[in-house]
Design a protein around this ligand. Sequence first.
Ligand code: CTP
Ligand code: MG
Length: 229
Amino acid sequence: PRYFALIPAAGIGARIGGSTPKQYVSIAGKAMLRHVLDTFSDTVAISHTFVVVSAEDGYINDIMAEPPDHHAGITVLRVGGPTRQLSVLNGLHAAREWIGDDDWVLVHDAARPGLNDSLVDKLIQTLKDDEVGGLLAVPVVDTLKRMDESGRVENTVAREHLWAAQTPQMFPYGLLKKALEQAAAVTDEAGAIEALGLKPKLVTGHACNFKVTLPEDVALAELYLKGLV
Ligand code: CTP
Ligand code: MG
């Protein structure tokens, strides 16, 4: 089987605000999405990368104007949907002539520019003989509180056994497509696989691979990408 990357990049970045869609915000000299594309281009195991943007995206051509150095091949699919789940599913459908059911697909958020090739390799090496697939994730470090309707603590949620999901999330193409077609609303690929009664494997990721979501996240991403933390 081969390994493909699929990057959903059709969001508007409502929480971060600003006029430029989040994936095109420049961090350490490059758009977030470009960091991600360069990482997958640098990862030899990856055969090809598909990036899903919205039909009216006006930024992707600039990003693609100068191809990455180790150009493993990138195809832009202008099939973004109203949710991340639909953007991924539309991308899987649009890429169907290039990917076999048993090939692996690594879905990675454009908003996680801190991913590096060693994390991608670790995910692939851990899961290449797996029956189901899995995802990068990190153990939760904070003590978790459940809030009641008045904004007070209902209870403390045991942190033991809790992990925060990251991406890439890596599953066989045919299984992932079926799972996303059948699932109700899910916020990640693993959620759709779980809904089929399967158990994705957790592979330890890294804090550098956090998702840039709020304005204050940009400075931290910059530190990671400049190698300062
Ligand atoms: N995404 C997508 N299609 C959507 C929504 C999100 O492809 N309809 C992508 C985003 O571009 C991002 C990834 O999914 O790379 C993770 O989503 P998120 O961090 O929530 O990004 P946004 O949806 O853009 O941000 P927000 O939720 O703050 O609007
Ligand atoms: Mg979103």
